[in-house]
Structure formats: C-alpha cells, structure tokens
Design a binder for this molecule. Structure first.
Ligand code: CUK
Ligand code: CUA
Length: 621
C-alpha cells in the first residue's frame, strides 16, 4: 500500500514538474460547449442591460485587479494596485506615488471582499502582493486603492487575503521563510534563524488605513493558503503548510519527503487576548508572539503531504484540504477538532506546537476515481463542494456529507482556483462557478508561444454542470471573487462638498504661486481646456525655472458622468487621470529646461485634441 502511494506521488510529482502529462490528459479535444445556441443565450446580456455579478479577478504578476461582468464575461475595467499604470496615471500622481513607494511591480494572488456577518457587504476589496510583501485596500465606491501597507518580517504573503466573518482581520502568513527583517543568515542556520511569520492585519475604516495588529513567529515552513472560519468556527482560521521538512534547496524533491504536512489551526480571538496580555516581543516595530512559549491558540492538524488549498464550508462546520501530491481531498471537522483540543488528544509536538491526532479531527478522505491534483474547493450552498483538479483538468462536484462524486466537467486546461457566485460567504448562490485555468493552449486565436490564461463560466443550475462561456485573462487568475452586482454602489462623480484643501471650483480662483523655488499650481480641467491661472494672459501655460519643484493640483470641474480628463506632460514622463469632481496632485522637479507641451490624455469631448497647453522651463543663468 505504501509502495502504491509512493508510486502515485511519484507520478503526480513528475506530472507537476513537467508539462508532458497535460498532453496525456488533455488530448481529448476541447470539449467546451460554449459555442451552442442555448448557451449563447445564457450569457447574452442585451445592450442596455447589465451583468448580474461582478467578478474581481487576480491579475497575478501584473500587480493589477481585473473586473469582469458575469455571465457575459466581458472585461470591464482594470484597477492598478501594486504596479504602475499609465492608463490611469497610477504611480505618478502624489497619492499613488506615495503608496507605491520604491516598488514598481507586484504579484497579486487572492482578492478578498469585505464581509459583514459572513456575507460580502460590497464595501471594500483587499489584496496582497507576494512579490513585495504588501497588502492593499480598494474602495468599491470609486474602484480605487485607498491604502497600501508594507508588512515587515515577511517573505511573500501568498496565503492571503482571506477576511474573517466581520472583516476584523486578514491574515498574511509568509510563503518563504526568512530571518526577521530579511537579515542575512546562512541557510545552514535555517532551523534556528529563519521564521515563517504570520501577520494579522486590520483595516481602520474611519482612517482608511491598514495596519499590522501583531505577528506570530511560526516555524520556518512555507504557508500556502488560508481561510477564515464561519459561524461556529468564526474565531478560528486555518492555513496549509508545506516544507515542514525545512529543506533549503531543490524544494521540488526535498520539500516532498514526508507523507504528511500540516494544517495550522488557530484561534485569533485567543491570539488577540495574548497580545493584549503583553505576551510578545518587539521585532522591527512589530508585536511578535512566539507560539512555542505561549500555548493555547495554535494547533497542527496532520494532512496529506504538500497540501495547497484549504476551504471552510459555508456553514463553518468543516474545512477541506486538498493535497496537490495526493489524489484525495480530506474533510476535517471543526467540532471534532475543538473536542480533540479540549480532551488534549495530541500526537506530540512540532517546534513546540501541539499536533492533534489525525483520526480525532478527520471526518473522511474523498477520492474521486482517476482525479488528480486537487487544488481548491468552492461551494454552492446546497451541500455540494466543487474541487479543481489541476492534473486531470476538471472540476469534480461532490457531496460534502457523504463524499460521493456527483458530477464532473473537463475544463481547458489545468484549473488552479475556481470561483463560485458569492462562494466564500455563509450563503453561496449556487448559480455559477468559474474555472480559473492556468493553461489556455488551443482555446483562443494564437498570439505566439505564450498564451493568456483562461476562465470558463460553468452553469450550475441544471442537473449537469455545463460550460457556457470562456474569456481570456492575462495574467493570471490565481483567484477571483464573484459578488451580486446590486451589492456594489459606486459613486458617479466625486463629491464637490467634500473637504479637500487643494480643490478649486471656479476658473477665477485658479492660481500659480511661487515660494522660493517651489511653484504651486491650483488649476482646473474642464471641456476642453486647462486653466492654471485665470488672471494670466495665457491661462493654460505654466512658467517655471530649471530646478524648480513644481506642484500641480488639478480639479476636474466637469461634474458629469464619465467625463474624465487626463494630464500628460510631453517628454517629462508624467501622466495622471482626474475623474469627474476629483482633485489630483502631481509633483516633480523641472530638471530639464525647454518647451514641453502638456495635454489631456483621456478623450473627453469633440475638442479634446485642443485641450492642451505648455510647460515652459526657463534655463538656469
Ligand atoms: S494559488 Cu492555488 S492555483 Cu491561490 Cu497563488 Cu494559483
Ligand atoms: Cu479632457 Cu480630453
């Protein structure tokens, strides 16, 4: 038996390591039925009507967030989050420039909508950056980023973001173990000097600020995915961990030695209490709790080796782990876990953290025939789970209570996550699920050797799952969340009465003032001109001297729907966007003398081409 498991693991490992097996499993021609007339009707959203759901899809290493409409699967908008975006000037205007700081790229994995009572409330969207250890919050009234937080002591918060039931916390465990503060330390000292730090991050809605409440110094393992508890498990969260072997090289082989890794089960209410009781040390300005010293909040649950996803059922009674090297999903019971903790049913300790007895927590192992590479599970609210199978390229629908396979549908190809309608709430809608496929292969018109990833919309309303639409996403759909469209209430124009120190609403009040070598402009943009100084002979010209610091505040006084202006300065590598009623600021040093046209970069009126002026930089001396 052991030999057989080893053989299967070997096969799966080989499959993960090479793409060869894709051919074996996927040579069955594209079975996508999205082309049929009935399916076309199901996804057709007539002109003048809107989609039923918003889909917020991870933009992966583009550092951006993509917004789609479901069921049409039309890409509606991109929100730049962790990387510069010349379309919106994100990264050049003062606010976004400050938020991005020294970083130019990001790797956005898992979006998380804010929740109230376990339901998406449609107010905020969170995301984290594996590339440069950041968390971000977007306001869904404006679909813009409000704050970005850099989290110290962390090497890639891949697990995040999953919010607790009332958005009290999101947890950011590290993917790569590192010494505190990225300090230099030999890999020979991995066990003693490296840590797998988890951060508890909170969002202050009043201040519109993210901050780290505390951190936990876990062993130097890789933490992969997490999910927050719900209802009876609402004070708890779970996360998968691999490389408990503590390998420091050739991870592909060395981090897959043991038959079992762990799910970390922790009580964040208990952690909160410990921090309040002063059970922490300060590390690089962070409150750091050592779980081997302060026990009672964190437990390890053995699970099949190298787990990837872990997902809490909508009723909060169970958590389901998927082993990427195992052909099975494991259903664990929170109630059983709570009992095992109470009765101290421990099977020893790892790095000072109690390990719960597997059989005392496990409810069943689910093993659909020939299914390989289970990664992530979603739910429909009718007692069914939907697990993506990366290697056998399919979604398997199964009964959570019995483990019985109910249906399966091939997807094209190699799904990572899937996203169900309202899927992470206590009451999923059960209408749709979207397979987020890593490989598109022959799906779309070829664009050369590298293809986009693909998303496939699956109708869950019938007896059989049915693929009804497909759309490219580029890159990369690590995860997405789907929310009922009527829960989101975007504004149409920025509020004119909102207090903003640098806004100007009247052409007469515009001005250019100089203080020493700082030139400050309070200007307006309207169809179809810029006015920087209403009293000047040429109102659309900014005169400065070489070396001056230039600060331009620009208010878009066109309070009409969708009349956005842009502000680009030719050859100065600057651009920003000013939405209706918005005031934006851009700052730069005029270090190049000369004549530079400035112009509106966003087509706004019949005379948009006339919406321009000059920046004149007088040479020194
Ligand atoms: S992960 Cu599992 S397939 Cu959530 Cu970054 Cu991509
Ligand atoms: Cu304003 Cu184009």
């Amino acid at each position: 038996m052991k030999k057989l498991i080893a053989a299967i693991s070997g096969l799966v490992l080989g499959a993960l390591a090479s793409t060869v097996i894709f051919a074996d499993f996927n040579d069955n021609k594209n079975t996508n039925q999205a082309g049929t007339a009935t399916n076309a009707q199901k996804v057709y959203v007539p002109f003048g009507q809107k989609d039923e759901y918003y889909l917020f899809a991870s933009g992966g290493h583009s550092g951006q967030m993509f917004i789609y409409g479901v069921p049409s699967m039309r890409h509606i908008r991109t929100i730049p989050v962790f990387s510069h975006d010349s379309a919106t000037g994100y990264g050049w205007d003062k606010h976004s420039k400050k938020m991005l700081g020294k970083y130019t790229w990001g790797d956005l994995h898992h979006p998380a909508l804010s929740e109230k009572g376990g339901e998406y409330d449609g107010k905020y969207l969170f995301a984290t950056d594996v590339g440069n250890n950041r968390a971000a919050v977007m306001d869904l009234k404006t679909f813009t980023v409000k704050d970005i937080l850099e989290v110290p002591n962390t090497g890639g918060p891949h697990c995040a973001a999953f919010v607790t039931q009332n958005t009290e916390y999101m947890f950011l465990p590290t993917r790569f173990a590192i010494p505190f503060g990225h300090k230099f330390a030999s890999l020979d000292d991995f066990k003693t000097k490296y840590k797998g730090v988890m951060s508890a991050v909170t969002f202050d809605e009043k201040k519109q600020k993210l901050s780290v409440a505390y951190q936990v110094a876990l062993p130097p393992w890789s933490f992969d995915l997490s999910d927050a508890g719900k209802k009876i498990s609402k004070d708890w969260a779970v996360m998968t961990t691999y490389n408990t072997e503590e390998a420091t090289t050739e991870m592909e082989i060395n981090a897959s030695q043991k038959d079992r890794d762990y799910i970390v089960l922790f009580n964040w209410k208990e952690l909160e209490k410990m921090i309040a009781d002063g059970k922490f040390d300060m590390v690089n300005g962070m409150k750091m709790l050592d779980p081997s010293k302060h026990k009672g909040a964190i437990y390890l649950v053995p699970t099949a080796k190298s787990p990837h996803g872990v997902d809490v059922t909508p009723d909060g009674t169970r958590f389901i782990a998927s082993g990427k090297l195992a052909p099975a999903m494991t259903v664990f019971s929170f109630e059983k876990a709570f009992r095992a903790i109470k009765d101290k049913k421990f099977a020893g300790e790892q790095e000072g953290i109690p390990v719960l007895d597997y059989d005392s927590v496990m409810e069943r192992e689910v093993n659909p025939e020939n299914a390989l590479g289970p990664l992530h599970t979603q739910f429909d609210g009718n007692g069914f789970a939907y697990t993506t199978m990366f290697i056998s390229s399919e979604i398997v629908k199964w009964n959570i209570k019995t483990g019985e396979t109910v249906d399966r549908v091939p997807v094209q190809y190699s799904p990572g996550h899937a996203s169900a309608a309202e899927g992470d709430t206590v009451s999923p809608d059960g209408k749709y699920i979207i397979a987020l496929n890593k490989i598109a292969k022959d799906t779309y018109l070829s664009v050369g050797p590298s293809h986009p990833e693909s998303m496939q919309l699956i109708d869950l309303s019938g007896k059989k799952m049915e693929i009804i639409q497909s759309a490219p996403v580029d890159p990369e759909p690590h995860y997405a969340q789907m929310i009922k469209a009527d829960k989101i209430k975007p504004i149409v124009v920025y509020d004119k009465d909102e207090k903003r120190p640098d806004s100007v609403w009247n052409q007469k009040d515009t001005s250019i003032t100089r203080k020493g070598n700082v030139v400050e402009v309070h200007g307006v943009a309207l169809r179809s001109k810029f006015i920087f100084d209403g009293k000047a002979a040429r109102k659309d010209v900014i005169n400065v001297k070489e070396g001056d610091k230039v600060v331009i505040h620009l208010t878009n006084i066109d309070l009409d729907q969708d009349i956005t202006h842009g502000f680009g300065i030719n050859s100065y590598d600057l651009n920003m966007e000013v939405q209706p009623g918005q005031t934006q600021t851009i700052e730069f040093t005029a270090n190049k003398a000369g004549t530079y046209p400035l112009y509106c970069t966003n087509f706004c009126s019949a005379l948009h081409q006339e919406m321009n002026g000059y920046l004149l930089v007088e040479p020194k001396g």
